[in-house]
Design a protein around this ligand. Structure first.
Ligand code: 13P
Ligand code: SF4
Length: 306
């Protein structure tokens, strides 16, 4: 039996749902029940009635699913699928950082561990970060963690001065400004779409900045025919499916000898690992209940505010 039919059979047999992020390989996107950005996937995880969620994404996303839907068994194809933003913000260091700003309201990007979520007042994603920060009373001082690029972007959009944890995404920080400018010269008609995890100099040259879903919607709705894509190129699969007559040019990283614009964590997942995870029911995401409950407060607040 081929891997596609084995996955379909196991999904049915085990009452499992596959949630996949846009940065997954095209084949994984094609077998998923739900594809989306971080916010859409968190909402799908919260409301599913399935017995098992297989999260084809990275660890913090699967952990978020477990926090929001504790009765569901949440499994992940590869436990090593981490995230540079999550691993760059460790709980003890973050506790010491927060202690320096005791009166600050703590906004954490969803790309962090449950232990960081539990230390936060509210969580945000790239699609609702500006809305959420705008809702915080003007007299409250704010810490934003762990992505300094998203934080600086939100700060510019909202006019709020925020203390930023100095984390970065190893994928989005790698985009080359020189190559972006060269591509703009070659394709003057192209619209530049960028994720807010990119460095400020890339964002300065972008026409549209937003979450993966926002960028995808733009390629469908905008009259432009050519787009330069400054985010993980996995998203281009959906862009091509939704607007097959349009042209999508991925922005390369600084070093063209590697595919460093691809997320090495997201790309650890494969169809074979998904099939195995469904078959054996693991690796499973588990969390101590007190930590889960603390993290849920901040995640629930995000869902209520957005
Ligand atoms: P969004 O899909 O929410 O825009 O997030 C991008 C990302 O970096 C996920 O790891
Ligand atoms: Fe983390 Fe960046 Fe990979 Fe997203 S693309 S999972 S932010 S390392």
């Amino acid at each position: 039996m081929g891997v596609f039919s084995a996955i379909a059979r196991l999904k049915k047999e085990k009452n499992a749902i596959i949630l996949a992020h846009y940065y997954q390989d095209p084949d994984i996107q094609d077998i998923a029940d739900v594809i989306g950005d971080s916010l859409e996937l968190a909402r799908a995880a919260q409301k599913t009635q399935a017995s098992i969620i297989l999260f084809a994404g990275v660890h913090f996303m699967a952990e978020g699913a477990k926090i929001l839907n504790p009765h569901c068994r949440v499994i992940i194809p590869d436990l090593k699928a981490g995230c540079s933003l999550a691993s760059g913000c460790q709980p003890d260091a973050f506790r010491r950082f927060r202690a320096r700003y005791p009166d600050h309201f703590v906004v954490s990007y969803i790309n962090c561990s449950a232990a960081i979520k539990a230390q936060s007042d509210i969580i945000c994603t790239s699609s609702n970060a500006v809305t959420i920060v705008n809702k915080i009373p003007r007299d409250r001082k704010i810490i934003f963690a762990p992505d300094k690029n998203l934080g600086a972007y939100v700060s510019r959009q909202t006019g709020r001065d925020m203390v930023l944890w100095q984390g970065t995404c190893i994928v989005h920080e790698t985009f080359s400004l020189k190559k972006l400018i060269a591509l703009k010269v070659m394709h003057p008609e192209a619209l530049v779409l960028a994720h807010p995890e990119c460095e400020p100099d890339i964002l300065t040259h972008a026409d549209i900045i937003g979450s993966t879903s926002h960028l995808l919607r733009t390629t469908v709705q905008h009259s432009a025919q050519t787009f330069i894509i400054a985010t993980e190129p996995g998203i281009i699969h959906q862009m091509q499916k939704n607007a097959p007559h349009k042209t999508f040019i991925p922005l390369p990283g600084l070093d063209e000898s590697c595919a460093c614009n691809e997320c090495p964590y997201m790309r650890l997942n494969t169809l074979e690992k998904i099939e195995q995870a469904l078959r054996i029911g693991g690796p499973e995401i588990t969390l101590p209940e007190d930590l889960r409950l603390q993290a849920q407060v901040a995640l629930d607040k995000m869902l209520a505010w957005s």
